[in-house]
Write a protein that binds this ligand. Structure first.
Ligand SMILES: *[C@@H]1O[C@H](CO)[C@@H](O)[C@H](O)[C@H]1NC(C)=O
Ligand SMILES: *[C@@H]1O[C@H](CO)[C@@H](O)[C@H](O)[C@H]1NC(C)=O
Ligand SMILES: *[C@@H]1O[C@H](CO)[C@@H](O)[C@H](O)[C@H]1NC(C)=O
Length: 839
């Protein structure tokens, strides 16, 4: 029926009348799965090839039940860089200079189409010059399409250099032919490396979904519109490969890159006994997806009154289906985890209890929501958060997987303004318009996202690494990439030459340990040697080379996030040597392990000496010394290298004390090269720890050295008050240490709230200490001191205190006034050379 032009026009009319959300015809084919009509095409090749998953892809001169209308030209490459199961598949490509189509003989039904693009260097052609449309029967899949060489999602942490990309669609075919058309723009060309066509015998889409923010239902029927898969994520777990999803050969990516604040959620997993809540759901997602999840972080100090948020770049002016996969992995009764689901800041569900919805524990279940992303909005938010109607004990959320599907408008999945532009505006005209804009902006900004793209471009133009890389064209969103991760962190870090006599590292320095050595050092990771745990994994005390004590940090190999941080830390620590930075001795990456070996810090974290502790209280001098040491380490990070390095996670558990209580900064997993001179900030997703987070960074996501200064200010108050930075068990106005201490400090009565175990201290020194801490917490970064200032003040404070001690001991000075008043108060004296010896 859809092959009929008139029918299509009638449907378009209906769409324009705005009856988009009327539930209409549905179809449900039977249960039971078999791939009857499946085509795997190895484009540009005469022969079949088998991928590493054992699937056979046939060459694409016309075959038994498919035809190629026009051969175009074929190209081959001996090497495929993609670290991909499709290594052999991507060695050939078919290139079209005029329109061409593949025709598949199928029976009417629902189909999944995947197009694979691997842009290797073609003879006499620049891949960047390809511009084309692809349609499948009447459904427009992409328009003005170009495979970009480098992809940076606006909302994503890392930049990806792509080797190949895959796009995935679903559509209903009402006739006996599925035609996939490649239409190059004049003077340009189209290409494709592989095509998958898979018949869906078990329908993936129900008839309707709840429409967010209304009681209406949205039709999901494929007879109403085509669908493009935008994102498919295994939340809280590693990628699930196509071979692990044998129903549909889908790839499920990790979700780390899409999380707004990684600290808000904790990954959990449970492999036992998961089953589908409904027998109809077996092809919805593999059970592996349900075995991992994220729940709200609960480190005992943060009250769970926050949202766990993910955000996604999407194309404006489309309807989206957000499919949430849930499975309660921990609780065996209801009311343990109750939360709200928000999509695009609107409530999609209230008092959601997965246990109830899925009818039990370990039951795989999914929920569909539909929402419209209007013109001018290109971000889709998914948030899970507390429900105000629930008492503190039930506040928690869980999510196991998420998929985001774009629904076509008017049988068009390409950019929406293609739809708005009226139909007699042909390709030629679009091309002209696009040329004008290219000229106007000097880049290949897309016609449609021009305003967004321009802003984005202006913000990012200096960061672009390669000439000739175009801005992401409309419809470029790949479902998945076979990419090389190019984390901007690492790229930045590798450019840091050190100015003083620190070690200049061109490569990773440090010893490479074998896993056997690590096992020997830790008695095979004996639990009794664990000296710390965290989101990344565990830290063991170990012994290498006849008795040298070391700290061995073993990352959780499941974590994609962890891998990036592991590499950052190796990069950072390889280049940085300083008396007040914990030094890395080496690392081990054998067998996908992520193990770092550090100097052993006998006295553990500064936090462990402050509160909830059996250790004796630190004296005021010891506390000042520790703060000074940490400040020196931070000051070195900020200024010791040509480009400053921002620590990003300054807190008392990242300040370690050696056997002599010398403090050193640790944990560079979140570090990031700071802005170069022509930039004032680094724009980045918010990371860090609750209670220490710079509010300005949180608001604007602009990262500067001053974000570390803020966190350090919180540390100063924590050190003197000896309480946790967030303590939900306290009265409301005391929960947040920074706010509470600041209030007392502003009333000049910090001494009322200090640690009673502080011992003897000079009031004068405490007064100055409160002042500098207060300055660090200035709301705006520009009003905060530099670390050099902070350091100078702390040293001055220590002198004040020591003078006071001397006077009270020896009685040779009458007061705490020791002539320091005359010292210039804002002139930092920091001599790099004293401290920055390599170790
Ligand atoms: C593929 O087959 C066609 C027709 O049989 C032939 O002309 C062409 O040379 C072959 N190409 C390759 C690369 O073998
Ligand atoms: C969670 O997000 C929603 C929608 O953006 C917002 O209305 C709500 O206030 C947030 N809740 C918390 C606790 O931040
Ligand atoms: C939706 O919520 C997010 C996160 O809280 C926020 O950054 C964004 O500005 C909100 N969007 C709108 C339209 O309110």
């Amino acid at each position: 029926m859809l092959n009929n032009r008139q029918n299509l026009d009638a449907k378009q009319g209906i769409m324009f009348l705005g009856l988009l959300f009327v539930s209409l015809i549905s179809f449900y084919t039977g249960i039971g799965y078999a791939q009857v009509n499946t085509f795997l095409i190895n484009c540009g090749s005469n022969s079949s090839t088998t991928d590493t998953d054992g699937r056979v892809w046939v060459g694409d001169p016309s075959g038994d039940n498919f035809t190629l209308s026009y051969p175009g030209t074929i190209e081959q490459t001996p090497t495929v860089e993609a670290n991909s199961i499709y290594q052999t598949l991507y060695r050939s490509v078919r290139i079209f200079f005029t329109s061409a189509h593949y025709g598949f003989n199928v029976s009417p039904g629902s189909y999944c189409i995947r197009l694979h693009f691997y842009p290797f260097s073609f003879t006499n052609l620049n891949v960047n010059d390809s511009t084309f449309d692809v349609t499948a029967n009447e459904l427009k899949l992409v328009s003005n399409f170009n495979v970009p060489g480098e992809i940076s999602y606006k909302n994503m942490r890392s930049k990806k250099v792509i080797n190949s990309l895959v796009k995935e669609y679903f559509l209903y075919v009402s006739s006996n032919e599925l035609q996939i058309n490649f239409v190059p723009y004049s003077g340009s060309f189209a290409f494709v490396n592989a095509i998958e066509v898979i018949e869906l015998l078990n329908n993936l889409f129900a008839n309707y979904a709840n429409k967010v923010g209304s009681k209406e239902k949205s039709s999901l029927s494929l007879t109403e519109h085509g669908v493009e898969t935008m994102y498919r994520l295994n939340v809280g777990g590693p990628a699930v490969e196509p071979s692990e999803d044998r129903n549909m050969w889908r790839k499920w990516e990790p979700d780390d890159d899409f999380m707004f604040s990684v600290n808000a959620a904790t990954a959990i997993s449970n492999q036992s006994n998961i089953s589908y809540s409904s027998i109809n759901d077996t092809s919805i997602a593999p059970l592996l997806v349900y075995e991992t999840a994220r729940i709200m972080s609960d480190n005992g100090v943060v009250e769970k009154r926050f949202n766990v948020s993910w955000r996604f770049d999407v194309d404006p002016n489309f309807d989206y289906l957000v499919r949430l996969h849930f499975c309660e992995l921990v609780y065996d009764k209801q009311n343990q985890r109750i939360f709200r689901i928000y999509i695009n800041n609107k409530t999609a569900a209230e008092e959601y209890d997965v246990f109830v919805q899925a009818t039990g524990m370990n039951k795989a279940y999914h929920e569909d929501y539909a929402d419209t992303v209007p013109q001018q909005i290109d971000t889709l938010w998914l948030q899970l958060g507390p429900d105000s109607s629930v008492g503190a004990s039930g506040i928690d959320a869980i999510l196991n997987g998420v998929e985001i599907f774009k629904l076509s408008r008017n049988w068009n999945l390409a950019h929406a303004s293609e739809r708005i532009s009226n139909s007699n505006e042909g390709l030629g005209k679009k091309k002209t318009r696009s040329k004008v804009l290219w000229a106007a902006t000097g880049i290949g900004a897309s016609v449609i996202t021009i305003s967004i793209a321009c802003v984005f471009f202006l913000q990012h133009v200096r960061k672009r690494k390669w000439d000739g890389v175009k801005e992401n064209p409309p419809g470029w969103h790949p479902l998945f990439l076979h990419e090389t991760m190019a984390s901007t962190t690492n790229a930045g870090a590798s450019k840091i030459p050190l100015i003083n006599n620190g070690l200049i590292a061109s490569n990773r320095l440090g010893r490479i340990f074998t896993l056997a050595e690590i096992r020997a050092a830790t008695s095979n990771f004996d639990e009794s040697l664990v000296i710390g745990t965290g989101g990344f994994g565990k830290v063991y005390k170990g012994e290498i080379d006849d008795g040298v004590l070391v700290a061995i940090k073993r990352g959780n190999p499941q974590s994609q996030q962890g891998l990036a941080e592991f590499e950052t830390e190796i990069e950072m620590l390889s280049k940085l040597r300083h008396r007040h930075l914990v030094s890395m001795i080496g690392y081990c990456d054998e067998q996908r392990e992520m193990i770092l070996v550090y100097e052993y810090m006998a006295n553990g974290t500064l936090r462990s000496h402050l509160y909830d502790t059996a250790h004796p209280a630190l004296t005021w001098k010891q506390r000042l010394d520790a703060c000074i040491g940490a400040a020196r380490g931070l000051h070195y990070l900020h200024t010791g290298a040509e480009r400053c390095i921002i620590h990003r996670d300054v807190k008392t558990t990242n300040i370690l004390l050696d056997g002599n209580f010398v403090a050193k900064m640790a944990d560079f997993g979140l570090s990031r090269a700071g802005p170069s001179l022509d930039h004032t900030h680094v724009s980045t997703a918010v990371k860090g720890s609750f209670g220490y987070l710079d509010p300005e960074y949180f608001r604007r996501q602009h990262l500067t050295q001053k974000s570390d200064v803020y966190s350090f200010g919180v540390v100063l108050f924590e050190v003197v008050c000896a309480r946790s930075v967030i303590n939900p068990s306290l009265p409301k106005d005391q929960i947040n240490l920074a706010e509470w201490a600041l209030r007392w400090q502003r009333q000049r009565s910090l001494e009322s709230i200090i640690d009673p175990r502080l011992g003897d201290y000079s009031l004068e020194s405490l007064k100055k200490y409160g002042e500098i801490a207060e300055k660090c917490l200035a709301d705006e970064g520009k009003n905060r001191p530099t670390m050099a200032d902070v350091l100078w003040h702390l040293e001055y404070i220590l002198h004040l205190h020591e003078a006071y001690r001397k006077s009270s001991d020896g009685d040779s000075f009458g007061s705490s006034e020791f002539g320091f008043q005359d010292m210039p108060f804002s002139l930092p004296f920091v001599r790099e050379g004293d401290e920055e010896r390599g170790s």
